[in-house]
Design a protein around this ligand. Structure first.
Ligand SMILES: [Zn+2]
Length: 82
């Protein structure tokens, strides 16, 4: 089941666009920034993920090399369990 399509926008809960998805992504896949999604340069990186370029909301979540990104459909990508 596809949960994101190439070109889908990464958006914060306030509707600001922070990037886009670079390929079709199915449920349960793990994501990395290279090849899977792209963020605008203004998105600020923290230890837990990236913040929206225009407000403090999170647009990615990070754990041990894997990411979740927030799209209009919700959080996509699987975080590695530690
Ligand atoms: Zn925002």
């Amino acid at each position: 089941m596809l949960i994101a399509r190439k070109g889908d926008l990464i958006v914060c809960p306030n509707g600001h666009v922070g990037g886009h998805v670079l390929r079709d992504i199915s449920q349960g896949e793990t994501l990395e920034p290279r090849g899977d999604f792209s963020l605008t340069d203004a998105a600020s990186h923290t230890k837990e993920g990236h913040c929206c370029p225009q407000c403090p909301e999170k647009i990615t979540r990070y754990r041990d090399g894997t990411y979740q990104v927030l799209t209009a459909q919700g959080w996509i990508g699987l975080l590695v369990k530690v």
